[in-house]
Structures are given as structure tokens and as C-alpha cells.
Design a protein around this ligand. Structure first.
Ligand code: DOR
Length: 428
């Protein structure tokens, strides 16, 4: 494998920030320093005006394969990920069949390796078929290398089952990730319950449906000592609950999506299903609380909840359309445009903090230093740009960001020592 020299960038990693060139050889970072000169046959990547950081890690991507390949495949989803600066994505288990057996997990892993664009780490479901009735074979899946488990798309409703799952998780060293939604409170819901939904005459998804489960799971963490990761926090009160849990020293982590820091429920006024997402877009006060939670570290990670849907399903009336929007290719641009945080803190929330939660911190989110795996992202933090739908690598088009100004764009992505994205274009 011929090497790469990244020149003129500002390196940001968990050890700090410095101007340096970065040489990559044999899949690892081989040299970091100023004024490095290209060796014979080395590929030069210009990083002037750019940040060079460890590759991003997404804790929450729906890659849709197996089962819904008309919306996304592992290949198209990992290409979208690479374009978004990701070197590792956790693939959500709400596939068909569900990722609740070693054979499906191995299939997803193999497809990820075959695509060869980023690490694809399948999450397992907590319950068989995500039906909330019977635990998946957690020990067997943990043995097969699965670290994160979730019934995402649904929360585990039964508190006894969740308690048992946590007791196993404590022994197995795995992490349970919860989609917090008490279903009984959200039947038929299409948007946030508040004055907008009353005005529009649409059934509401109340904040309390999330907060009750956040609270329940925090108390179950207190009881069992097992860690819980809370997916896509969306309400101000949820942020307070997580903040208090962390102050108590509990092993609770949390993520927020780019859409919950940038969009509000008022956008549903045109009844467009592009804005239908679960949990729903909420009020500006909630958006501000989520931003503050990221800024003070209460919320550990920015995670996309990349949820591709084919046009024939998404472009239906609000009550029938599925929830979800694309995220992988716009996460950085939305985050930098929406958050009043130092770039280094945004990178932390996109890279080393999620790497630790996903259990991939041996390969991703590493310091940019000799001997470390060469999984890196080069991005311009200042450039303003807009989404061009025809240029998306994702197979689906359900992004609400067309026409909105984004800030910060990925220029190059390097995965396992070779470029998956060069000048914004996927190499394979
Ligand atoms: O909006 C969402 N879409 N939220 C989820 O929890 C599931 C996801 C999906 O799979 O489409």
C-alpha cells in the first residue's frame, strides 16, 4: 500500500490542537510534524485551512440491509458515512430479519467488509425480533463481538425485562442503548405534543413519553450498576435527568441528533413528512436545552439516526409516512452551523466520545500520533455549503436540509490507511 501525506492542516484530537503534517504508511500514522516532505509515490492530500481529526464514529445508523435494500444498502450507507467523515458506524438492528442472531450479525459485518468504505459494527437487538417479549441471546452475541444492544425504533417497554437485560449486561460487559418511548403514550402520534400539534389538528407525541423511560432506565442503572446509553435525547427535561444521573456518578451516556439541535416542530406546519421523525422535532426551548447539554458534556455524542426511506414510503400523508431522515452526509455541516461550541468539542462529540461508547476506542477516535491506526477525517470547518440531492451517496433522498446553509464540509476521509473520500468525492 502506498503512503499518504496530509499537509498544512490543524490537527485536533483528544490531546489538543496543533499545526502538523501527517504521514500514513502501512495503515498506520507513521509521522506527525511540521514541514514533512513527500516521499516517492506518496499521495499528497492538501489540508490547508482544514482540521485533521480522528475519523468520526456514528453510534446510530440505519443501513436497512438486510430487508429494505430499496432505501439503503450497507454499501450505499457506508459510502454516505465516508462522505460524512465517518470511519466507523454502528448499524442499527431494526433490519428484516432483525440483528438478533449471530448469523445476521455476521452477514452485516461481511457486507461492511465487502463495501470497504468504513468499519460497520452491527448492534444487536435486546429482545428477539425487537418484540419486547424475550431476550436475545446476549451472551452468544457478545461472544461474537457485539458491544451495543438496542431495540431502537422501539423502547423496551417491560421494566422487568429491561432489569434482567441490564443484569446480564453488567456481567457481559456490554452496553444497552435505549430508545426512550413509552408506547402507551404515543399511540397514533405523528409530531410533538404542544401548541403546534393542536393548531394543526395532529395527534401528539408528548415529551413525558420519553422522560418517563429516561427516568426509569436511570433508576435501573442505579439498581444494577450496568451502563445505559440513551439514544436521541429530544426534550429539555431528559437533558436534566441525564445531567443529574451523571452528577450521581451513574454510568449513563447520551447522544443527540443533528436534527434535534437544528429543527423545531413548527416545520410540520406544511404537513411535510420530511420532518416526521421519532422522537419528534420539539420546541425551540428543547433545542436550546439539547445544545446546552452538548456544550456542558451532559450529552456525550452527536449521533445521526440516519434513517433512509424510499420515496414511495416516505412521500405519503403524515399519518402513514415512516419516521426518519438522512443524517450521515450532513451531520458535520448541521452541527457546526447549529452549535456555538469550539470546533474541538464538536469533534469530540463526533469522534472519540462515541468511539468509547461503541467499544471501538482501540481503532477509532485515537490520538493522531505515530503508531496509531490511520482512521482520519480532514474537513474545512468554515466553508458554507448546501445539499445537492443528486450528489448524495445515500440511496434515499429524505433530507430536510436542502436549501439550508450548512457550515463545515468533509474534504478527505482516510480509513485503514487509504482514502475513501478525496476532495469530497468517494473513491470507491
Ligand atoms: O425516526 C426514526 N427512524 N426513529 C427511529 O427510532 C427509527 C428510525 C427508522 O428506523 O426509520
Amino acid at each position: 500500500m502506498s503512503g499518504i501525506l496530509i499537509t498544512g492542516g490543524n490537527v485536533i484530537d483528544r490531546t489538543g490542537e496543533r499545526r502538523a503534517d501527517v504521514r500514513i504508511a502501512g495503515g498506520i500514522v507513521s509521522e506527525v510534524g511540521q514541514g514533512l516532505t513527500a516521499a516517492d509515490g506518496e499521495q499528497m492530500l492538501d489540508a490547508s485551512g482544514c482540521v485533521v481529526s480522528p475519523g468520526f464514529v456514528d453510534l446510530h445508523a440505519h443501513l436497512r440491509e438486510p430487508g429494505t435494500e430499496e432505501a439503503e444498502t450497507i454499501e450505499t450507507g457506508s459510502r454516505a458515512a465516508a462522505k460524512g467523515g465517518y470511519t466507523c458506524v454502528v448499524a442499527m438492528p431494526n433490519t428484516d430479519p432483525t440483528q438478533d442472531s449471530v448469523s445476521v450479525i455476521e452477514f452485516v459485518r461481511r457486507q461492511g467488509e465487502a463495501a470497504g468504505l468504513c468499519d460497520v459494527r452491527p448492534a444487536g437487538s435486546i429482545t428477539i425480533g425487537r418484540q419486547g417479549q424475550q431476550l436475545s441471546p446476549l451472551a452468544e452475541l457478545a461472544d461474537a463481538g457485539v458491544h451495543l444492544f438496542t431495540d431502537d425504533g422501539d423502547g423496551v417497554q417491560d421494566p422487568l425485562l429491561m432489569r434482567r437485560a441490564l443484569e446480564y449486561a453488567a456481567d457481559l460487559g456490554i452496553v444497552l442503548a435505549q430508545h426512550c418511548e413509552v408506547k402507551r403514550l404515543t399511540e397514533r402520534a405523528v409530531m410533538h405534543e404542544g401548541h403546534c400539534c393542536s393548531k394543526l389538528g395532529l395527534p401528539g407525541w408528548p415529551s413525558i413519553a420519553e422522560e418517563l423511560m429516561v427516568h426509569r432506565d436511570i433508576e435501573l442503572v442505579r439498581l444494577t450498576g450496568a451502563p445505559v446509553h440513551i439514544l436521541h435525547l429530544s426534550t429539555a427535561r431528559s437533558v436534566q435527568l441525564v445531567r443529574a444521573a451523571k452528577a450521581d456518578g451513574l454510568p449513563v451516556t447520551a447522544e443527540a441528533t443533528p436534527h434535534h439541535i437544528s429543527l423545531t416542530d413548527e416545520l410540520l406546519a406544511g404537513y411535510s413528512s420530511l420532518y416526521k421523525v421519532n422522537p419528534p422535532l420539539r420546541t425551540m426551548a428543547d433545542v436550546e436545552a439539547i445544545r446546552a447539554g452538548l456544550a456542558d458534556g451532559t450529552i456525550d455524542a452527536i449521533a445521526t439516526d440516519h434513517a433512509p426511506h424510499a420515496p414511495e414510503t416516505k412521500e405519503q400523508p403524515l399519518d402513514q409516512a415512516p419516521s426518519g431522515m438522512l443524517g450521515l452526509e450532513t451531520a458535520l455541516g448541521v452541527s457546526l452551523a447549529s452549535l456555538d461550541m469550539p470546533v474541538a468539542d464538536v469533534v469530540a462529540a463526533l469522534s472519540w466520545k462515541p468511539a468509547a461508547i461503541a467499544g471501538v476506542a482501540d481503532q477509532h477516535g485515537r490520538p493522531v500520533a505515530p503508531g496509531e491506526p490511520a482512521n482520519l477525517t480532514v474537513f474545512d470547518p468554515n466553508v458554507e455549503w448546501q445539499v445537492v440531492p443528486t450528489q448524495l451517496a445515500s440511496k434515499s433522498r429524505n433530507t430536510p436540509y436542502v436549501g439550508l446553509p450548512l457550515r463545515g464540509k468533509v474534504k478527505h476521509t482516510v480509513w485503514r490507511g487509504s482514502a475513501t473520500v478525496l476532495d469530497g468525492v468517494a473513491t470507491r
